[in-house]
Design a protein around this ligand. Structure first.
Ligand code: DX5
Ligand code: ZN
Length: 229
């Protein structure tokens, strides 16, 4: 994984056909996805349940790009090795998930993979001020985590603060929730480079009609890059 700040689209398979993940991953990657975003939910930190390490391990051979695993679980630390062994390239934990995020980020890096920290909408940018050299990605939640298809919450001032705090460090700013062609330009202009999108990528398409995924991904990317159709 080399570092750059170009816009990367990371479809969330939370909006995919749950009976057909292998083909869905192949379809979005063949249609231009840069990363594949996997939302892990525990029914405790967030009010929904999704993928354990065995499911994530089963996705791994299908992912040819970057497997970006977003842990919405508490506690985090007992599961780091399991998700690292499952093949995550990036493992992101929420700062709100426990008292020792510093230790969590160290443990993720010690597992040999990239470490991300996610911030709920109510958590200020300053919460990561002492973590900037321990993290490879800061995920700014633009919805309250737990479900796809929610309305975008404007966090552009938080994104701008983070971008300035990060300076020249090789730290991605990822945006998660309600990203579509209308909201992508706001977050890109504020300094984000990884855009997670679930419903806006999968809507209207299927593995039998993957061109729709391609058009949806292109529309988000073009909007973020300031290209207007
Ligand atoms: C929300 C998840 C998101 C979600 C995004 O808890 O972390 O990744 O799938 O879905 P959309 O793009 O539909 O808001
Ligand atoms: Zn997510």
């Amino acid at each position: 994984m080399s570092f750059d700040r170009s816009i990367k689209i990371a479809p969330s398979i939370l909006s995919a056909d749950f009976a057909n993940f292998g083909q869905e991953i192949q379809a979005i990657e063949s249609q231009g996805a840069d990363w594949v975003h996997i939302d892990v939910m525990d029914g405790h930190f967030v009010p929904n349940l999704t993928f354990g390490p065995m499911a994530v391990k089963a996705f791994r051979p299908h992912v040819k790009t970057v497997m970006d695993v977003h842990l919405m679980i508490a506690p985090v630390d007992p599961y780091i090795d399991a998700y690292a062994d499952a093949g995550a390239d990036v493992l992101t934990a929420h700062i709100e998930a426990g008292p020792h995020i510093h230790r969590t980020l160290q443990a993720i890096r010690a597992a040999g993979i990239k470490a991300g920290v996610a911030l709920n909408p109510g958590t200020p940018a300053e919460a990561v001020a002492h973590l900037l050299d321990l993290t490879d990605l800061i995920c700014v939640m633009t919805v309250n985590p737990g479900f796809g298809g929610q309305k975008f919450i404007d966090m552009t001032s938080k994104i701008r603060s983070l971008r300035s705090m990060i300076g020249d460090r090789p730290v991605h700013i990822e945006i998660d929730g309600g990203v579509d062609p209308s909201t992508a330009p706001l977050v890109a202009e504020a300094g984000a480079d990884v855009l997670v999108a679930g419903s806006a990528v999968f809507k209207g398409g299927s593995v039998n009609d993957p061109d729709v995924y391609g058009a949806n991904i292109r529309n988000i990317r073009d909007a973020a890059n300031g290209v207007w159709a």
